[in-house]
Design a protein around this ligand. Structure first.
Ligand code: MN
Length: 203
């Protein structure tokens, strides 16, 4: 995630790591969300980077250093890249280090899941709910409006659910809570654990 780097100053749309996600996120939503929404954020970012002084930096550094419109597009590219990357047919239950950290900091996976869904459901308007680790590996859940990413608060983002309406409206209409509850069936916890392990080796 921290290693997404531009080639000749331009970011590219990475293909989805899967072709479908069953009935949890429809192929129509995937095509629009990845192929149109994320593509547009990448195109806008690539147009805004030249002359910004942030050319050729890794994406995470652009997000941390960019102002205004550039931040909105860079943030949305990072957020969506992490979102799409964390789904798949891998392990749908946390194990190992990520399970230990969740049990330690939230009491249980059920308690964590309840708080995560509740914070996603109550985020007003468009934004993202995040699980992050601080420099000591302690986990927390935060709400970020619009293009927000906890990386700007010095945290390491591990897992995120997109609660912009474009993420769920075709499949769930206004039922955001159903969408949030369904996503656990497609989370690949190995991806989330790898993000936590990478954090630990950085500090
Ligand atoms: Mn989105």
């Amino acid at each position: 995630m921290n290693n997404i780097t531009p080639i000749n100053g331009q970011f590219a749309l990475a293909p989805l790591p899967y072709s479908e996600l069953g009935n949890i996120i429809s192929s129509t939503t995937l095509e629009l969300h990845h192929g149109k929404h994320l593509k547009t954020y990448i195109d806008n970012l690539n147009k805004m980077l030249p002359g910004s002084g942030l050319e050729n930096l890794p994406l995470a550094e652009v997000v941390k250093k960019s102002p205004g419109g550039l931040f909105n597009n860079a943030g949305q590219v990072l957020n969506h890249t992490m979102y799409f990357e964390q789904f798949g047919n891998g392990n749908h239950n946390p194990e190992g280090k990520i399970k230990q950290a969740i049990d330690r900091d939230f009491g249980s996976f059920e308690a964590f899941r309840k708080e995560f869904e509740q914070k996603g459901a109550t985020l007003f308007g468009s934004g993202w709910v995040w699980l992050s680790a601080d420099n000591n590996g302690k986990l927390s859940i935060t709400q970020e409006p619009n293009a927000g990413n906890p990386i700007t608060s010095g945290l390491t983002p591990l897992l995120t659910f997109d609660v912009w309406e474009h993420a769920y409206y075709i499949d769930y209409q206004n039922r955001r809570t159903e969408y949030l509850a369904a996503l656990w069936q497609i989370v690949d916890w190995q991806v989330v654990e790898n993000r936590l392990i990478q954090t630990a080796t950085m500090h």
